[in-house]
Ligand binder design. Structure first.
Ligand SMILES: Nc1nc2c(ncn2[C@@H]2O[C@H](COP(=O)(O)OP(=O)(O)O)[C@@H](O)[C@H]2O)c(=O)[nH]1
Ligand SMILES: [Mg+2]
Length: 304
């Protein structure tokens, strides 16, 4: 085990930051790092928070972090920036930003650029979670804006998914469009202090798919109202999944391995076809063979 892994396991902040950069950019050393911490992970649980911009996710996360700290959890936040241009600070709530500058060793905040690539970001987030897990963080909050496909990739790595709405912007209609009513374990109608919150609450209850398992709550992130109940519900979901957590984890690892293997194989495949199968390409171009047959022949030969 090298210096970096050691310092990471001790929870040293600069080591955490460095390790996150390495895995985020798949830099040299990423493999060694992950390899050296794989037997030190498995305790952290992840909470994905998504929903339209302006719903109050960052404000809510400020309060969630405070509540978790009062329950003595080490908490980390990964803020996924879908545009990748805004700096990290801009998408985080004020309180969290302030907390980052306090000396609380038990809070760690990081923003990650998504670069608009679904596979890339889920891989980076998966490894970032491992890094934070190894550093001793037990709850990891992932904030991302509810933006369709990209979001779905991020959500797959979360143990609990929270979808946040607010009554100001006709969220219920937007929610269906973005598929947000399918992915949550917990739905939060935030800004319950504003007009329309009650109506939105019932709308969401109607809209969500698979109602039996779903929880709908109201919060006022500004004042912290409803936060304790929210955390209680998050912990309930975590405990329910906990009994067969290994199975949950195995399914995720399976997806991760398929994704990584696919990439390696695709790269090789391209080169093999370009170097070895030019004759078939010509035959197709000359109208002497068809692409279906050629692809099957090539696949048979390569996989044999
Ligand atoms: N009235 C009211 N405003 C809120 C509440 N929660 C957040 N806001 C405000 O909504 C705006 C967007 O909040 P933010 O947390 O940045 O939303 P995000 O884009 O989902 O992260 C900010 O001006 C917040 O102060 C709430 O419970 N009630
Ligand atoms: Mg935000």
């Amino acid at each position: 085990m090298n210096e970096l892994s050691k310092a990471l396991l001790e929870g040293k902040r600069n080591a955490i930051a460095k390790a996150l950069s390495i895995v985020e950019n798949e830099q040299e050393g990423a493999r060694e790092l992950i390899k050296s911490i794989m037997n030190k992970v498995g305790e952290a649980r992840t909470i994905g928070i998504t929903g339209p911009a302006g719903a109050g996710k960052s404000t809510l996360i400020d309060k969630i972090v405070q509540e978790y700290r009062s329950r003595d959890f080490k908490v980390a936040i990964l803020a996924i920036d879908p545009t990748s241009v805004i700096s990290g600070g801009a998408i985080l709530g004020d309180r969290v930003r302030m907390m980052q500058h306090t000396l609380d060793e038990n809070i760690f905040i990081r923003s990650m650029a998504s670069r608009g690539e679904v596979g890339g970001i889920s891989k980076a987030v998966t490894n970032a979670i491992r890094v934070l897990d190894a550093a001793g963080f037990r709850r990891i909050i992932i904030e991302s804006v509810g933006a369709g496909q990209l979001d779905a990739g991020i959500i797959k790595v979360a143990d609990v998914v929270i979808v946040v709405f607010n009554p100001q912007t006709g969220d219920s209609v937007q929610a269906i469009k973005a598929g947000l009513t399918e992915i949550g374990d917990i739905y939060v109608v935030n800004k319950a202090d504003l007009d329309g919150a009650e109506k939105l609450y019932y709308d969401i209850k109607d809209l969500i798919v698979d109602k039996s398992e779903k929880i709908v709550l109201k919060t006022i992130a500004l004042t912290g109202e409803g936060i304790k109940e929210l955390i209680d519900n998050i912990e309930n979901v975590i405990n329910k999944k906990h009994s067969n957590y290994k199975e949950v984890e195995k399914r995720r690892i399976e997806m991760e391995i398929i994704d990584r293997t696919e990439r390696i194989v695709n790269e090789r495949l391209k080169r093999i076809i370009q170097s070895k199968y030019g004759k078939y390409i010509e035959l197709i171009a000359d109208g002497k063979m068809d692409p279906y047959t050629v692809s099957e022949i090539i696949a048979e030969e390569i996989l044999r």
